[in-house]
Design a protein around this ligand. Structure first.
Ligand code: GDP
Length: 309
C-alpha cells in the first residue's frame, strides 16, 4: 500500500490539488464545478469517452438528488471511478489472499506477454518471475522477442538475477519454436509457470496477428489450453498511445489481462481508469518503479483510495 501511494504520488498530487481548486469557494456541485472536474479527469488522461461517462453519471445523481454538496464530491467520484475499474476480483469473484498466487489446476501455467518495445515488457516479466520464485514456484522464461538482440540478452539477465532458466534460441529465430521449447521444458521439469516474451512490432498488423496465433498454436501442441493468460503490457506514461496499443493488440489476439507500467513517473495515472473502462479487460498488475519489487497486483479500491488522499 505504501509503495502504491508512493508510486502514484505524481498522479495523486496533480489530481487532488486540481480537484481541490475546482471546488474552492463552492458549496454545491454545479455546472461550473463539473466543467472543472471534467478538465481534471481529461488532464489525468482518463480519456474523453470515460470522462464524459463519469460526468454524466454525476449529473444524473445531482438531478436525482436535486443537490450535491462539494463535500460529497470526493466520495461520489470515488464510487463512480471504482465502478468503471476491473481488477482480479472481477475474474475470480474475489481477491486472493496472496495476489501472486497461481491457479493450482493449471501446471505449468502459461503466460504469454505481449506489447510494443519500450513499454517495460521485459522488466515486467523479470519482476513477475521474481514474485513467483519468491513464493517457491518453479519458473521458466521463454525469450520469444527474437527480433531484438537486446531483448533476448535482457531477459537472460533477468533470468540470472532471479535464478530461473531462460529458453532462448538467440536473435532472428522463430519465436514459436522458443515458445514450444519453453513450454516443453516447463512441462518436463514439472515447473509451475512459464512466461513467454513476444516481439511487439505493430507496424504490420497482419504479421502481428499471424505471429501471435502461430505461437499459441505451437504451444497448444503441448498444453492444449495454453496460453492461460495473455498479458498486455502498456506504458502508463504514454497516455493516448497506450489506448491505441490496446486497440491494436486486442484486435490481433485475445488479451486476458493488462499490466500498466511506469505509473511512478507520470501524473497521468488516470489512463488506468480509461483503459479499464473501454477495453473491459482487468488490470492485473501495475508497475510503479524500476526495481524488482516495484510490481504490484492491481486492486481497484486501493488504487482509487490512493488518488484521493
Ligand atoms: P521492453 O522493451 O518493453 O521490454 O521494455 P523494458 O523492460 O526494457 O523497459 C524499458 C525501460 O522502462 C527500462 O529502463 C525499465 O527500467 C523501465 N521501466 C519498466 N517498468 C517500469 C516502471 O514501472 N517504472 C519505471 N519508472 N520504469 C520502468
Amino acid at each position: 500500500k505504501e509503495t502504491l501511494d508512493k508510486g502514484l504520488e505524481k498522479t495523486k498530487d496533480s489530481f487532488f490539488s486540481k480537484l481541490g481548486r475546482a471546488v474552492v469557494g463552492k458549496s454545491t456541485v454545479d455546472e461550473e464545478v463539473l466543467d472543472e472536474v471534467e478538465n481534471v479527469l481529461i488532464s489525468s488522461d482518463v480519456g474523453v469517452e470515460t470522462t464524459v461517462k463519469i460526468i454524466r453519471r454525476i449529473e444524473e445523481r445531482v438531478a436525482r438528488d436535486k443537490y450535491m454538496g462539494t463535500d460529497e464530491l470526493d466520495r461520489i467520484l470515488r464510487e463512480e471511478i471504482a465502478a468503471l475499474l476491473s481488477d482480479k476480483s472481477d475474474i475470480n469473484g474475489k481477491l486472493e489472499t496472496d495476489d501472486f498466487a497461481l491457479p493450482a489446476n493449471k501446471k505449468p501455467y502459461v503466460i504469454m506477454v505481449v506489447g510494443v518495445n519500450g513499454v517495460g515488457k521485459t522488466t515486467t516479466i523479470g519482476k513477475l518471475a521474481a514474485q513467483f520464485h519468491k513464493r517457491g514456484k518453479q519458473v521458466v522464461l521463454g525469450a520469444g522477442d527474437t527480433f531484438r538482440a537486446a531483448a533476448v540478452d535482457q531477459l537472460k539477465l533477468w533470468g540470472d538475477r532471479v535464478g530461473v532458466p531462460v529458453i532462448s534460441h538467440g536473435m532472428n529465430t522463430d519465436p514459436s519454436a522458443v515458445a514450444f521449447d519453453a513450454v516443453k521444458k516447463a512441462t518436463d521439469m514439472g515447473a509451475d509457470v512459464v512466461i513467454i516474451d513476444t516481439a511487439g512490432r505493430l507496424h504490420t498488423k497482419v504479421n502481428l496477428m499471424n505471429e501471435l496465433t502461430k505461437i499459441k498454436r505451437v504451444m497448444q501442441k503441448i498444453t492444449p489450453d495454453a496460453p492461460h493468460e495473455v498479458l498486455l503490457v502498456l506504458d502508463g506514461s504514454t497516455g493516448q498511445n497506450a489506448f491505441i496499443q490496446a486497440t491494436e493488440f486486442t484486435k490481433a489476439t485475445e488479451v486476458s489481462a493488462l499490466a500498466i507500467t511506469k505509473l511512478d513517473g507520470t501524473a497521468k495515472g488516470g489512463v488506468v481508469i480509461g483503459i479499464s473502462d473501454q477495453f473491459k479487460i482487468p488490470v492485473k498488475y501495475i508497475g510503479v518503479g524500476e526495481k524488482i519489487d516495484d510490481l504490484q497486483t492491481f486492486n481497484k479500491m486501493e488504487f482509487v483510495d490512493s488518488f484521493f488522499k
